[in-house]
Design a protein around this ligand. Structure first.
Ligand code: MN
Length: 325
């Protein structure tokens, strides 16, 4: 962290980047870093290597992040590139080939176990509940101003990765960081409504499809749900509206592992199935995801693979059953 502080203090032009298929932690951390750095007199550009889900639009004002096609240009313009909430080439999609050239000016702030050789300086703290906790600590140590929108962005980051302070990664350190945001005037109930009680009806229809597809295996300990291209077509829901659906089967006391497989027949994307995995803790789903080219945490992991959705489900259930025995 000390090295990152020195780099950021000396920087004049920053490029802040988070991972593809960004979540509240990545975008909230990016947003808070951006506004605090601007308030501290820095010029800042932002970049996300894929589409940003509409629910996070409130984190992006005044300017939307650039797409991956502008990475080389912006990395050239910046004297420091900050990558938050990932340290894995697999999470940075199209940037993969361009990161090596910028390596010396890249600093990484992350809390995932998968750490590739991406930046010259890497602050990776797997004990941190969210990248947003680390960013909050960093901004406080730097003395950079955290205004109310930045505080909201950081609370979004922390609550995304802790399931609103319910998951096992919720700890005193995270709650202390959150307490400072409440001191800065953030309104938790308003943020909760904006994040979790603002779904479109199309997403509710998709949730119905997902639940209808649910199959229980291993005596009810493994729940599998599938969302196919036709489910998107018939409900009008978008790909980004699958977020959090994987958590629904965990409502059942018997379920130890929940998995959601989502077909992505998007003509612009490579054909693939996205998989989200959740575990109550006994099964390390990050280890299972790694076996299929993905990664993540013990209780929450994911992967993408070009394979038939039904065949993949069978293989994944097999891997989970093996991990349970
Ligand atoms: Mn995170």
């Amino acid at each position: 962290m000390q090295e990152i502080m020195e780099r950021l203090s000396a920087a004049a032009r920053l490029l802040v980047v988070t991972h593809a298929r960004p979540d509240g932690d990545g975008l909230g951390s990016m947003s808070a870093l951006t506004s605090a750095a601007r308030a501290a007199g820095k010029e800042v550009a932002t970049l996300v290597p894929s589409e940003v889900p509409a629910r996070y639009d409130f984190l992006l004002s005044p300017d939307r992040p650039a797409g991956p096609e502008r990475f080389a240009e912006l990395a050239d313009w910046a004297d420091t590139v900050i990558i938050v909430d990932t340290c894995a080439f697999a999470q940075l999609d199209d940037l993969d080939g361009q990161l090596a050239a910028a390596r010396d000016k890249i600093v990484v702030i992350d809390h995932h176990a998968t750490t590739d050789d991406i930046g010259a300086v890497r602050w990776v703290d797997t004990s941190s509940a969210a990248a947003g906790v680390m960013v909050g600590e960093l901004l406080e140590a730097l003395g950079w101003p955290v205004d109310r929108p930045a505080a909201e962005a950081l609370l979004t980051a922390m609550t995304t990765d802790t399931g609103w302070f319910r998951f096992s990664n919720t700890d005193a350190r995270c709650l202390r960081a959150a307490a400072r945001l409440f001191e800065a005037g953030v309104e938790g109930d308003k943020l909760y409504q904006r994040l979790f009680q603002a779904d479109r009806r199309e997403r509710m229809m998709l949730l119905g499809r997902a639940l209808s597809s649910m199959e229980l295996r291993a005596g009810g300990r493994i729940a599998t749900m599938k969302i196919r291209d036709i489910d998107f077509a018939e409900t009008g829901a978008r790909q980004d509206e699958t977020e959090n659906l994987v958590n629904e089967p965990m409502r059942m006391g018997c379920v130890e592992v929940s998995m959601l497989l989502v077909e992505n027949g998007d003509a612009q994307a490579e054909p693939c199935v996205r998989v989200s995995l959740r575990s109550r803790g006994k099964v390390d789903v990050a280890a299972i995801a790694r076996g299929f080219g993905g990664g993540g945490h013990v209780q929450a992991a994911g992967l993408r693979i070009d394979e038939d959705i039904d065949a993949l489900a069978v293989r994944l259930v097999g891997a989970c059953e093996a991990a349970m025995n």
